[in-house]
Write a protein that binds this ligand. Structure first.
Ligand code: BG6
Length: 281
């Protein structure tokens, strides 16, 4: 554990081949993953990101829990990304370190959402440089609860005009640019970006690709997270977002592994687990 330049606690994970990842205790938030043959930064964090709790960090992998977006009575994307998490376990081996962060329902959380839970984020760099993130939620109360969840990953790209997200052909999606959201069917084999895109693809394949033409391809493999949001704010929304530079929409795409369409219900004592593996080629 070290302190960031902003004075927040963060952990730096490293493996033998020079792959690194950084995780902030604030938000249980992964902010950096440097990997691949070129050891490049593969996650985007805004130059205007505000590292001041309870503000969520703009970029990296915000954790949306217990609510994705406005799918419920809570604030946008729930509150896990706004809270200070604790270190649960740190396992060190020759291959590198695995960090598990924990957010437990305390007084503050219970005021927002009256359900007793433990939310964990296990973050590991695999020997091949992949970034493995395993969220889990345990019901430690005496009544059922229901939640939606997303790993709101911001991928760094050379320019959004070079980007395609593949794996979406034939899927149903919720168009979030209209109110109320409208269900549509994707006819194309890939999503491209010529304006704002904000869609919730339902029951997607477990493997999606973020193709940055002429640069690299990120493969996102997921389990327990059936849906995927694809988002780029484009010009107007970038301007309207205080902690995002006006031109920064060029530099990222969000592909968010999620469970939204069919929320998760946990009985007392039950645990939900999911996984996202990112690889680069
Ligand atoms: C995406 C939503 O998941 O998050 C978008 O689909 C939203 O509608 C975006 O604008 C960013 O949300 P926030 O709360 O981090 O500004």
């Amino acid at each position: 554990l070290t302190q960031s330049t902003e004075g927040l606690d963060k952990a730096v994970l490293k493996n033998a081949d020079g792959t690194t990842a950084e995780v902030y205790l604030h938000g249980g938030h992964v902010t950096s993953w440097v990997s691949g043959s070129k050891k490049e930064e593969l996650l985007f964090v805004s130059e205007k990101a505000i590292f001041k709790p309870p503000k969520a960090i703009r970029g990296g992998i915000p954790v949306c829990f217990p609510q994705f977006s406005d799918f419920g009575p809570l604030g946008q994307h729930g509150f896990a990304r706004n809270q200070l998490w604790a270190v649960d376990t740190l396992e060190e081996s020759l291959d590198g370190a695995t960090l598990t962060l924990l957010l437990r329902s305390g007084q503050e959380e219970l005021q927002k959402w009256p359900h007793k839970f433990e939310l964990r984020m296990r973050v590991q760099i695999a020997t091949n440089g992949n970034l493995v993130v395993q969220p889990s939620v345990k019901n430690i109360g005496i009544e059922d609860f229901t939640f939606t969840f997303a790993l709101h990953t911001y991928f760094a790209v050379s320019d959004i005009s070079n980007v395609e997200v593949t794996g979406v052909q034939g899927l149903e999606y919720l168009e979030s640019l209209v109110t109320p959201r409208r269900k549509e069917k994707e006819e194309r084999s890939a999503v491209d970006f010529k304006g704002e895109v904000d869609r919730i693809y339902l029951n997607t394949p477990d493997e999606l690709r973020i193709v940055d033409r002429g640069n690299r391809t990120i493969t996102l493999k997921k389990t327990g997270l059936p849906d995927a949001i694809v988002w780029n704010p484009w010009i107007e929304k970038a301007k309207a977002t205080a902690d995002l530079g006006d031109e920064e929409y060029h530099q990222f795409v969000c592909v968010e592994a999620a469970v939204v369409g069919d929320p998760v219900t946990l009985q007392p004592g039950q645990t939900w687990t999911a996984q996202q593996v990112l690889s680069v080629s």
